[in-house]
Design a protein around this ligand. Structure first.
Ligand code: SF4
Length: 244
């Protein structure tokens, strides 16, 4: 891809936002929840686990522990048993209870609607905090998960690997009002089209705005993901392009 000015990249980002909105007008956070606390719990459980599996587990968990206080005071073994299907269940149960204790002791049992406060909770990083802010509170947030990372790298809207740096790049490119919808739509797009191992470039709504198919050739549908190892001349060329 020829060198792209900041203004041209911003225009391209705006077209990408429009195309995603047309393709996935109803894309939402796939986790089921009714309150900010429930979304916080579900998001913690979604680490290294599918949203579908989390959604199978959370109804019973929310029924048994409807509030931060109930979760904080629960017997650890009971929490572990309920979250066991989501994997890493001992650590997740521990994180959930520590987070619930933080909410009770420092926030009166309420989930704070501020990024700087949310990230002080045990087990809550920027990704989880932005999911909660954007979806439960309607406060714009960019959620940089594995799909956001891969798709934005392929779209050349970032050249970074670090989620915070990717977030900063996107903040520069996208109006704040688009952050939450953009995150949900890109995550959905990463699941149904721009998959890690087999991006479906031939049928992609972003194809005309994406440098990846050109860079990888016509057979882009069978290539490995953006994070795959590259060797030799191609890696040096890609590295030089990415540094521009
Ligand atoms: S054109 Fe291919 S690489 Fe680019 S966003 Fe679409 S599926 Fe992903």
């Amino acid at each position: 891809m020829a060198r792209e000015s900041a203004a041209a990249r911003r225009s391209r980002a705006a077209r990408i936002v429009e195309r995603l909105a047309r393709a996935y007008p109803a894309a939402r956070c796939a986790l089921h929840y009714e309150t900010p606390f429930q979304l916080l719990v579900a998001t913690v459980l979604s680490a290294q686990c599918t949203d579908k599996k989390v959604n199978e587990v959370t109804p019973a968990l929310f029924r048994r522990f409807p509030s931060p206080r109930a979760l904080a005071e629960a017997a650890p073994a009971e929490v572990e048993a309920l979250v066991q299907p989501t994997g890493f269940f001992r650590q997740k149960a521990k994180s959930l209870q520590a987070m619930a204790r933080d909410l009770v002791e420092r926030f009166g049992g309420e989930v704070p609607a501020r990024l700087d406060a949310l990230v002080t909770l045990s087990g809550v990083g920027r990704k989880t905090a932005n999911v909660v802010l954007g979806n439960a509170f309607g406060i714009p947030g960019l959620t940089v998960d594995t799909h956001m990372k891969r798709v934005n790298q392929r779209l050349r809207l970032t050249r970074h690997d670090d989620p915070e740096k990717i977030e900063r790049d996107l903040i520069e490119l996208l109006p704040e009002r688009d952050w939450t919808d953009y995150s949900n739509r890109v995550i959905h797009h990463g699941r149904v089209c721009c998959e890690a191992r087999r991006p479906q470039c031939e049928r992609c709504c972003l194809r005309s705005e994406c440098p990846w198919p050109t860079r990888r050739g016509a057979g882009a549908g069978s290539v490995r993901g953006a994070g795959s190892r590259r060797t030799g001349r191609r890696a040096r060329r890609d590295g030089a392009e990415a540094a521009r």
